[in-house]
Design a protein around this ligand. Structure first.
Ligand code: ZN
Length: 336
């Protein structure tokens, strides 16, 4: 993407009309590290809720497409950055939930040379999204079409399954290493950029929207597993990243402190859920009561975003399912 600054499909944006004689594309995205651009994919039209990341190099790679409804915003970013249809070498999703991977089929079509990278447990759902979309319809209800959109299939020959430790080469000296990180979902991986030290953590560390300022765990059904989630945080810490880039949302520059905080909040949420579960109380009500004060001072207009991205009910449902699965399997760690 160096040198050849083709103009993209974006047209006008935020008062920066294209000047065909100006070789410099209008600014877009936020540079969060050397060769790393954060692209706001504007789920629901909200700012700073869903991020994609472009890793620059000879073979540029996009991390997360966002949902299908985010594709126009994403393609406009990539166009403004001068990426033509032949220029994107790879697209990788941290996991296949629709707010991360819903746009993959569209992006694969727009960039025919891009390889699509995904966790081994997610690959078949990108090739044939029928079951994934059906299950998302049950979870999201009317929000599936009004907010997220669906997921177009990706031709199987375009899909590359990423094993733990495998590298995606971006430049001679730059690669992203896949870090298997189940817990939030069994098909979750993170990507560690050896050049900037940034770890693209997907949802494994939780959700911290800049407008809310609170780190919360993300424990949705059907896969959430506490033991795995804590192990994944430990694996991240062992890699000594220089920054954590969350899908929801942005760069956190003090990674070891954040990972420690994530470990603590995850355990507290699980403890509250487990106590409620044992006493036969409603888990969502117990979580709301225990953690509502986290959001004191967060303006009402920002709470809706947090509720959609990381609602107490979704977290409660995931914790409930984990607790009952653990019980049915006869002990801790047996689930999954
Ligand atoms: Zn997410």
């Amino acid at each position: 993407m160096s040198g050849d600054h083709r103009h993209g499909p974006g047209g006008h944006h935020h008062g920066h009309p294209f000047d065909p004689d100006d070789p410099t594309p209008p600014p877009t995205g936020t540079r969060i590290a050397e060769g790393v651009l954060e692209l706001d994919t504007l789920l629901g039209g909200w700012e700073q809720v869903t991020a994609g990341y472009l890793i620059e190099g000879d073979a540029p790679v996009l991390v997360e497409t966002g949902s299908q409804s985010s594709v126009p915003a994403l393609l406009a970013h990539l166009g403004r950055l001068g990426l033509g249809p032949e220029d994107l070498a790879g697209v990788v999703v941290t996991h296949i939930h629709l707010d991360h991977a819903g746009g993959v089929g569209d992006v694969a079509r727009a960039f025919p040379k891009a390889t699509v990278y995904v966790h081994p447990k997610g690959a078949r759902h990108l090739a044939d999204p029928t079951r994934l979309v059906d299950s998302a319809a049950r979870v999201y209800g009317p929000l599936l079409d009004s907010l997220y959109g669906r997921l177009d299939p990706t031709p199987a020959e375009r899909i590359h399954v990423l094993e733990d430790g495998e590298e995606i080469r971006v430049s001679t000296n730059r690669a992203l290493t896949a870090v298997d990180s189940p817990g939030h979902a069994k098909h979750h991986l993170a990507l560690h950029d050896n050049w900037s030290g940034t770890l693209f953590a997907g949802d494994a560390v939780g959700v911290k929207l800049p407008d809310a300022g609170v780190l919360r765990p993300s424990t949705p059904p059907p896969d959430f597993d506490l033991t795995q989630a804590l192990t994944s945080l430990q694996r991240f810490a062992e890699r000594r990243p220089t920054g954590l880039a969350l899908a929801h949302y942005g760069l956190l520059a003090d990674p070891l402190d954040v990972l420690d905080e994530a470990d603590g909040t995850l355990r507290r949420w699980a403890d509250v859920a487990e106590a409620a579960y044992r006493d036969g109380r409603d888990i969502a009500a117990a979580l709301s009561e225990a953690f509502a004060s986290d959001l004191d001072g967060v303006p009402e207009e920002h709470r809706e975003k947090l509720e959609v991205m990381n609602g107490v009910h979704s977290n409660a449902a995931g914790l409930q399912r984990w607790l009952s699965g653990r019980e049915n399997n006869g002990g801790e760690g047996a689930a999954g």
